[in-house]
Design a protein around this ligand. Sequence first.
Ligand code: UFG
Length: 334
Amino acid sequence: MGKLKIVVTGGAGYIGSHVVKLIGENLKDKAEIVVIDNLSTGHREAVLYGSLVEGDIRDRDLLRKVFSDFDPDVIMHFSALLVVPESVEKPVEYWDNNVGGMIALLSETLPIIKRKKVSFIFSSTAAVYGNPEKLPISEDHPKRPENPYGDTKLACEKLLSSLSYAEKNFNFVSLRYFNAAGADPDGLLGQSTPNPTHLILRAVKVAKGEIPFLEIYGTDYPTPDGTCIRDYIHVQDLAWAHILALQYLLDGGESDFFNVGYGKGYSVLEVLKVVDEVVGFEIPKKKANRRPGDPSALVADPTKIKTKLGFSPKYDDLYFIVKTAWNWELNKRY
Ligand code: UFG
């Protein structure tokens, strides 16, 4: 059998690049990778395996060309805009990029699935659930996104469901990420985003002196210490979930949705305590107003991915997550 051909959209971005590295390291002789990335937030240097096609997935001519040259068996779709407050300000841009991009991608996939099977892995988010009615959140929790970002991801999931129903040659896994954080334990990859909004990345940037102080958005939430609780997952474990999803689909698994988190919640103050420990001093912080749209607590129920995909995390350790993020911040390669 020839090599498995995998297209990775957004493979130069934070999570996509970690997945490309894992595929390169673990399936090197079995798989071939083409990354498509417009480099709007991604980095050429982050693509450690395969080849990079620079371009936007909404460019149907480009997609058609790549697909006819490469004829993929697998599509891993990471490229999307993902900043919640920005999505509130620029809803059209978010729908265009995330849903428009998905429509373009699937439209150009259609001719392939008329001939052969295509497996699709989608980067979804806990934001599809909206404000949780109960914790931890399992996959059958009601889906009521609270912002355009979550709306676009839910719309993409619905489109995937409809397509897998219509086409027997198409199956997918949608992975609903909780809070991805940390960096490649080998130090080759990490998150290098201009104006980052994520807590751990901002905190290590404060420690490095790039940001003057860390603002704690809200201290009056109905949680034990008044700050928001999230389920932080190391990016390498999150990346590994994609390898498991791929195996599952190749083995003939039915289309499905999985939470990817550890099932453990930490408050903002708990995270910042670990940051202080890792960097060896107390980073400057200030109490600030709540950030609009932040649910007080988001914690995954990871039972389904553990039982159905055999997910067994290796880096379920907040100290290690922060340590790798700090290490990347000090020794960035891009
Ligand atoms: N926070 C601060 N100060 C900061 C940054 C964040 O207090 O400088 C707080 C936020 O208010 C929130 C928590 O830290 O309570 C985590 O915030 P992040 O911005 O790191 O992450 P979010 O939980 O807001 O968002 C993440 C992903 C989204 C996804 C969402 C799912 O980034 O893409 O989880 O709930 F939609």
